[in-house]
Design a binder for this molecule. Structure first.
Ligand SMILES: Nc1ncnc2c1ncn2[C@@H]1O[C@H](COP(=O)(O)OP(=O)(O)OP(=O)(O)O)[C@@H](O)[C@H]1O
Ligand SMILES: [Mg+2]
Length: 238
């Protein structure tokens, strides 16, 4: 039951888009996903109500830090993935979600424009590690990347961040009309008409590639005799 948190304290970085894409694709593959919509504006929940994605996605909304902690302590073993979509702010819930994560994805738009919001998340992760000894795996997810950007320049950005010790997912989320339309029309990519939405095939490939990479980072059916140490106390005290 890996826990994936999508975090950037900057608004509009592409967090909810990533949550929708990953949750939809994992559910489409037959996996059981639970999404925590912790944004008071409920963008994920609003989309979910009308989009009705196929497969098994359970939604938990109106999430508080203590409610989240309760859920994490009593995880349902039949659930394959937990995805936490954070609001674009830094609060107790941010700290709690990060502390309980197996993977934190930090969407960064336009290769650096959200650097401050991303840096705040990296700071919290560094504090958790310093205070509890638990290093939470995390990666930057390049988001809203212009389709004209070359693989070469993406590799250059990845190299720059790697020099600072920051991992970057190999799959960026490209700026696509289809990703905007998911929210505008309240549908999944799979319910759009190929003839009506430009580059829908590429958007679908992108979403699938992202979910595949997340699964490679966090395979669901790992049998472990020693569960990963989670910094429970830190989550509560921070
Ligand atoms: N790859 C993309 N292609 C096209 N539009 C996108 C893409 N990613 C995000 N957007 C659009 O940008 C806006 C902000 O994206 P999103 O809601 O995912 O950001 P967020 O980080 O969740 O924001 P908030 O902090 O407010 O929760 C939305 O209108 C969304 O449709
Ligand atoms: Mg959001």
């Amino acid at each position: 039951m890996p826990v994936i948190t999508i975090a950037n304290t900057k608004g509009g970085a592409g967090k909810t888009t990533a949550a929708v894409l990953i949750a939809t694709e994992l559910a489409q593959m037959g996996l059981h996903v639970t999404v925590f919509d912790s944004d008071p504006q409920h963008w994920f929940s609003q989309w979910f109500e009308t989009a009705r994605p196929r497969g098994t996605i359970s939604l938990v909304n109106h999430v508080t830090a203590s409610a989240l902690e309760g859920h994490m302590r009593h995880m349902d073993r039949a659930r394959d993935y937990y995805i936490i979509d954070l609001a674009g702010e830094r609060n107790q819930l941010t700290a709690t979600a990060l502390a309980f994560s197996d993977l934190v994805l930090i969407p960064v738009q336009g290769a650096g424009m959200d650097a401050k919001g991303a840096a705040k998340i990296l700071d919290i992760l560094a504090r958790i590690e310093a205070e509890t000894g638990v290093a939470i795996p995390h990666s930057v997810l390049l988001s809203r990347v212009n389709p004209m950007v070359t693989t070469h320049s993406l590799l250059a950005i990845k190299g720059l961040l790697a020099q600072r010790g920051v991992d970057v997912l190999a799959t960026p989320v490209i700026e696509r009309a289809a990703f905007r339309e998911m929210f505008d029309r309240g549908v999944t990519l799979h319910d759009m008409d190929v003839g009506k939405v430009s580059n829908l095939d590429k958007a679908l490939q992108n979403a699938r590639g992202l979910a595949d990479e997340v699964m490679r980072h966090l395979p669901v059916r790992v049998v472990s005799t020693a569960p990963r140490k989670r910094p429970w106390q830190w989550g509560r005290a921070a």
